[in-house]
Design a binder for this molecule. Structure first.
Ligand SMILES: NC(=O)C1=CN([C@@H]2O[C@H](COP(=O)(O)OP(=O)(O)OC[C@H]3O[C@@H](n4cnc5c(N)ncnc54)[C@H](OP(=O)(O)O)[C@@H]3O)[C@@H](O)[C@H]2O)C=CC1
Ligand SMILES: O=C(O)[C@@H]1CCC=N1
Length: 266
């Protein structure tokens, strides 16, 4: 598969790393305007780094757009004469609807809208996707691409903003929880490195338990909470201080913000 990542910034490079890790491409173009900081990717023989988006498009089958929302319209206008019905066009752009892409490109292109997260670099992204009418025939291919780098879910486009908050912003939310756990572990006597190791692997284990078992979190909590024990004591104290409530309120605040972007973009 020949893949171009147009806009190799934070997310684009995370995707590139995920593709390299999973041997997901035979050839890969990485583009941005200033390429000095990503030229070292050429050490992987299959990668070409260039600021020439047109060259990348001409030589690739799968095009992953990962520029900031303010750049996408102009970019699509610049490239639309090169885009064919054979290209699979995958957008990661927050708040940029399929309709807006079709307004520029027309309806005869395979357009997939996706929402990965930066854990794609280590093959662990939760990626939500949807497609335009034409792109529905290629959605299995898009899913296969993202499944090599984590887990994917097809969702209605109307849920894309919510998916952005839970999955993409979610990486930051979980990081903060891991950091807080680390700080707690330091207070209990572990050094900083040990504390982070304990926090992140316990987090990984908790998610792993749910993924493997399909259980509800509370079922796993019941197995840990000895009556009158230390776990329930800590958990209840956290809830008295609003742990669940503050997470839910943060998620809703994030969604309110992304909904504002949407109004501005419309
Ligand atoms: N970061 C994240 O976790 C997630 C981001 N997203 C979405 O993905 C997109 C990218 O986000 P993110 O990676 O954080 O942003 P970045 O700003 O880190 O990356 C965007 C890149 O696009 C490049 N760029 C700008 N204009 C062009 C152009 N005309 N041609 C080629 N490249 C160009 C920029 O480099 P240069 O200036 O050198 O051209 C920059 O490196 C956004 O739309 C964001 O909403 C979605 C999910 C998660
Ligand atoms: O914070 C943001 O607005 C973007 C969307 C998802 C990740 N970064």
């Amino acid at each position: 598969m020949k893949i171009a990542i147009i806009g190799a910034g934070n997310l684009g490079l995370s995707i590139a790393k995920g593709i390299l890790k999973s041997n997901g491409a035979t050839k890969m173009y990485l583009t941005k305007r200033n390429i000095a900081d990503i030229e070292h990717f050429e050490k992987y023989g299959i990668v070409t780094v260039t600021s020439d988006n047109r060259e990348a498009v001409k030589n690739s089958d799968i095009l992953i757009f990962a520029v900031q929302p303010l750049h996408i319209a102009e970019l699509l206008e610049d490239l639309k004469d090169l885009l064919t019905e054979n290209h699979v066009i995958i957008s990661t752009i927050t708040g940029y609807s399929i309709e807006k892409m079709e307004n520029i490109l027309g309806k005869d292109h395979n357009i997939i809208r996706s929402m990965p997260n930066t854990a794609i670099s280590v093959g662990k992204s939760m990626t939500c996707i949807c497609a335009n009418e034409k792109g529905k025939k290629r959605i299995e291919l898009a899913k296969a691409i993202f499944n090599r780098m984590g887990h994917s879910m097809e969702i209605p486009e109307v849920q894309m903003q919510a998916a952005t908050v839970i999955c993409a912003s979610g990486i930051a939310f979980w990081m903060r929880l891991i950091r807080a756990t680390t700080q707690g572990a330091i207070q209990l006597g572990f050094d900083a490195k040990e504390a982070q190791e304990l926090a992140m692997h316990t987090c990984d284990g908790a998610a792993g338990l749910l993924i493997a078992s399909g259980n509800h979190p509370e079922e796993e909590i019941d197995k840990v909470t000895t009556p009158m024990g230390c776990t329930i004591q800590g958990l209840n104290e956290m809830e008295h201080h609003g742990l669940s409530s503050s997470l839910i309120q943060g998620i809703v605040a994030s969604f309110d913000k992304i909904s504002e972007f949407k109004k501005v973009n419309q």
